[in-house]
Design a protein around this ligand. Structure first.
Ligand SMILES: [Zn+2]
Length: 321
């Protein structure tokens, strides 16, 4: 009998993509977009929470080629309200990292999308570049903002000249080989270089549990598992542990990191607790019921901030004088 085709490899046993651990504690959840049943699992050695069955590289590239075909269908450019939203997040991210960079430094944004962050980074004085593996809106961004945006993977970049600042927002959780990419980022950075990373936060009590698990998200970080991932290569100098995890990390120049991060009992305990408690009761106890009001407010603001403006004007209007 022919086996039913499931998207993510179905016969694999658990193996932690960070430390190779084989022991896990799992939880059944459903994909926030499609409702499809999924299992997530916490590694009982290093505390990383990941999909219990991690897709193969072939499955992932098939998934993304389909997903992006749908997303960009008949759209040469993002909608104005989406530019406004992306611009607002970009601005908040730049303001948080501002104490850690100087004008004129060479910067790379990984997962640049429509180029909003790359453009605003250049407005903050950085010599900004952006890459994204999916060409999607890159052509639009190049034309609208006149910043260098390339269709590339991190692994395709030359290691010289180095970058002083690398940013990566909401990309890490999509990666099946996160440690490899962290090593590549380490190699691309100058000594003392700064790596800024943001991921969804499994520790957050105010982000909805029904909007947290996606099959496109392979990993679900806590502050401690993020630290395990970065250990030996980067030192976290600033951490915003709120709705999201936002970390500014300094490169450790002479890296003594081993290929595989060591186990960490605190990270395991935190992962187990969060996997158990991230559910609707906790969300409502922490003000989740107000999220509808917040969303409506946000939509009004997005429409006001984007109406009648071209893409560059939308972003320029956000920059404080
Ligand atoms: Zn592990």
């Amino acid at each position: 009998m022919q086996k039913q085709l499931t998207l993510w490899g179905s016969d694999m046993v658990f193996s932690c993509i960070l430390c190779g651990g084989k022991e896990s504690r799992s939880k059944s959840i459903s994909d926030a977009k499609t409702g499809e049943a999924l299992d997530v699992a916490a590694c009982q050695s290093c505390g990383l929470v990941q999909l219990a069955r991690v897709p193969t590289d072939e499955e992932l590239s098939a998934f993304y080629s389909t997903a992006y075909r749908v997303e960009y269908k008949n759209q040469a450019q993002p909608k104005p309200k989406h530019i406004f939203r992306a611009g607002k997040s970009a601005l908040e991210r730049l303001q948080k990292m501002q104490p850690f960079f100087e004008a004129g430094q060479r910067h790379l944004d990984i997962g640049a999308g429509g180029g909003e962050f790359t453009y605003l980074a250049s407005r903050f004085g950085l010599d900004a570049h952006g890459i994204d593996p999916n060409s999607g809106y890159l052509e639009f961004g190049r034309t609208a903002y006149e910043v260098p945006l390339e269709t590339k993977e991190v692994s395709e970049l030359p290691t010289e000249p180095k970058f002083d600042v690398i940013t990566m927002f909401h990309v890490l959780e999509h990666l099946a080989h996160p440690l490899e990419v962290i090593e590549q980022i380490h190699a691309l950075l100058s000594d003392d270089g700064v790596f800024v990373v943001e991921v969804p936060n499994l520790e957050s009590k105010r982000s909805s549990p029904t909007n947290h698990y996606f099959k496109a998200h392979i990993t679900y970080f806590t502050s401690l598992s993020l630290e395990v991932l970065l250990s030996g290569r980067f030192k976290i100098e600033f951490l915003d542990n709120s709705n999201v995890l936002y970390a500014v990390c300094r490169k450790i120049a002479s890296s003594d990191a081993s290929a595989i991060p060591e186990g960490n009992q605190n990270a395991v305990d935190l992962a187990n607790t969060r996997l158990k408690n991230k559910a609707l009761p906790e969300y409502f106890l922490n003000g989740g019921a107000f999220s509808i009001a917040r969303k409506t407010q946000q939509t009004i603001e997005e429409l006001r901030g984007s109406a009648g403006r071209d893409p560059k004007e939308i972003l320029d209007a956000l920059v404080p004088n």
